[in-house]
Design a protein around this ligand. Structure first.
Ligand code: SF4
Ligand code: SF4
Length: 537
């Protein structure tokens, strides 16, 4: 278990301007501020360069002999391939509008976590190598040479960015620091500097179809266990379709939801919803992952992992894909899928078989978010709901960065929540919707060894949760992302004790009244429903 200071210590943040300039400040690796490197066998499996045993606290990082040439060649090729990257390297005017918008800077006070300075770590090398004037003027023009310390600095700070894109919202030029981080990580891969918590899930997904490496028979067993629990709670046996050809819809969700608490309750919520509707839907044990750790690795990996979902939809003969509560799955779908793997012309634009609504916004990707699907069902009066079953929850809603800023999904989850719960309270305006604060664990940073820095980065979100807890008695933070469901419980325990975390469809599953179900006495977690405490004894 990682050791970290208590909140009253962590909150003592030093925002004073450092004495030395950032270029003269050496990178310091300390327990809790970095993630462990990719294991050699994982790199070998993925065919990635320079697999070796090393650790960031070593002096010698065992870079390949011609590492400078390798990095600069890749830099050149990325600038050529991505026009946006070149523009982001050229146009920053250092206005500082983004400086205090990153949760890692707010919670830690390290200037190199200001988005403007994070990008400058790369931009200074860009100037030094690609601008004739800056080559001559050097530091005066913000340029420097590529030395081993620069690689160390990149590794620390580009793996202290969750690619949440909050900073980009405030930049008058639309500079997207998340994309700069993606480019920096691609450069680091070239010399074998990457982290295992990203590469191992990516390798698992490549091999078994999901990040956790769950094999098809085990996936099916886990589904059966969850169906057993639903039967115990509702008296109804659900028999979901698995790998069934010819169903209208293929449903894909993150594998974290079948494996880990509290995601499993969201998974049960989906099962109950589909049963309630009699939906012609199948699950897949091959496309058994909605998440895409390729997004945090490289464009090639992202493309490959995304393609698997569409290949499976085609193999099964589904008409369209319904997607579960995931964060970065939706960023990949909305921002990259169409140009990466589209058009998916073998699929159809999603149409709800229950309400007839055609979701034209999903015409390009043929993939619909479950919150949009459920909101439409509620709007058309198609769900039999008892929101009082969620009366034990006073809930607020965390806009997960990727569905919020990556696809503009703001109102549908709130509409669903307000219909399945009777007590809903918003966090302060500058911490929700587009301006939402990251959980601190996105982009592959939800690992044990990084806990202290993640808790620091979680301060702005934790602070807003604490505010609604203290003001309204909020005891539940609902969200639509599997990484959030893993990251937010320890964050809440730390910054806002007493607040639990749930998925949206866990609350939907609690509220749905299935035809012929027995009188429920517990919610999906098998805690007594309001007023049922005695019946449980
Ligand atoms: S993308 Fe998010 S984590 Fe990265 S610099 Fe911007 S605000 Fe910080
Ligand atoms: S807001 Fe944009 S232009 Fe201003 S410092 Fe940040 S990245 Fe540069």
């Amino acid at each position: 278990m990682a050791k970290y200071p208590p909140p009253e210590e962590l909150i003592k943040i030093n925002y004073t301007t450092p004495v030395k300039s950032w270029m003269d400040t050496k990178t310091a690796f300390k327990p809790g501020n970095f993630s462990y490197p990719g294991k050699p066998d994982i790199l070998k499996y993925l065919g990635m360069p320079n697999p070796r045993e090393w650790t960031p606290t070593d002096d010698d990082w065992k870079l390949p002999p011609d590492w400078q040439r390798i990095v600069m060649e890749k830099f050149r090729s990325l600038l050529k391939k991505y026009r946006s990257f070149k523009i982001f390297m050229d146009i920053c005017v250092r206005c500082g509008a983004c400086a205090d918008k990153c949760h890692f800077f707010i919670g830690g006070g390290d200037p190199k976590n200001m988005p403007v300075l994070r990008a400058e770590l790369l931009r200074s090398i860009y100037r030094g190598e690609f601008s004739a004037a800056a080559k001559v003027l050097g530091k005066l023009a913000g340029a420097r040479k590529l030395e081993e310390d620069v690689i160390k600095e990149w590794f620390l700070y580009f793996y202290q960015c969750t690619e949440c894109r909050r900073c980009s919202l405030f930049c008058p030029y639309g500079i997207d620091t998340a994309e700069i981080t993606m480019m920096a990580r691609e450069l680091l891969h070239e010399v074998g500097c990457n982290i295992n918590w990203i590469l191992e899930p990516a390798a698992n997904c490549n091999r078994t179809g999901n990040h956790l490496g769950i094999q098809p028979h085990a996936y099916k067993d886990m589904m059966d266990f969850l169906c057993d629990d639903i039967e115990e709670i509702t008296g109804k046996r659900i028999r979901p379709n698995v790998n069934k050809k010819g169903c209208e819809i293929l449903f894909i969700t993150p594998s974290g939801d079948i494996f880990a608490d509290p995601g499993i309750y969201t998974y049960m919520g989906y099962l109950i919803l589909f049963e309630h509707l009699g939906l012609d839907v199948t699950w897949s044990t091959y496309a058994s992952e909605g998440g895409n750790f390729g997004l945090f690795t490289s464009d090639k990996m992202m493309k490959k992992l995304n393609a698997k979902m569409y290949a499976e939809a085609e193999r099964l003969g589904a008409k369209w894909i319904l997607g579960g509560e995931c964060g970065h799955m939706w960023r990949v779908i909305n921002q990259y899928m169409s140009t990466m793997n589209g058009p998916a012309d073998f699929l159809e634009t999603p149409v709800s078989p229950i309400t007839g609504t055609k979701f034209d916004a999903a015409a390009g990707t043929k993939m619909l978010h479950i919150a949009e699907f459920t909101a439409d069902l509620i709007k058309h009066g198609k769900l039999n709901l008892d929101p009082s079953r969620n009366d034990n929850f006073k809930t607020t809603f965390h806009d997960s960065c990727n569905p919020a800023r990556g696809m503009g999904l703001f109102e549908e989850p709130r509409y669903v929540l307000k219909n399945v719960c009777r007590y809903f309270y918003e966090m302060p305006e500058n911490t929700i919707r587009e301006q939402t604060f990251c959980c601190g664990g996105g982009a592959g940073l939800n690992n044990e060894e990084f806990t202290e820095t993640r808790l620091r980065g979680g301060l702005p979100r934790g602070n807003a949760v604490k505010y609604v807890r203290d003001r309204h008695g909020v005891n539940n933070l609902a969200c639509v992302c599997a990484i959030d469901r893993a990251t937010l419980p320890p964050l809440c325990d730390y910054w806002a004790p007493g607040v639990g975390v749930s998925g949206l469809h866990e609350l939907v599953g609690n509220a749905i009244i299935l035809d012929g179900e027995k009188k429920r006495t517990t919610d999906l977690r098998q805690n007594p429903l309001p007023g049922m405490e005695d019946e449980e004894e």
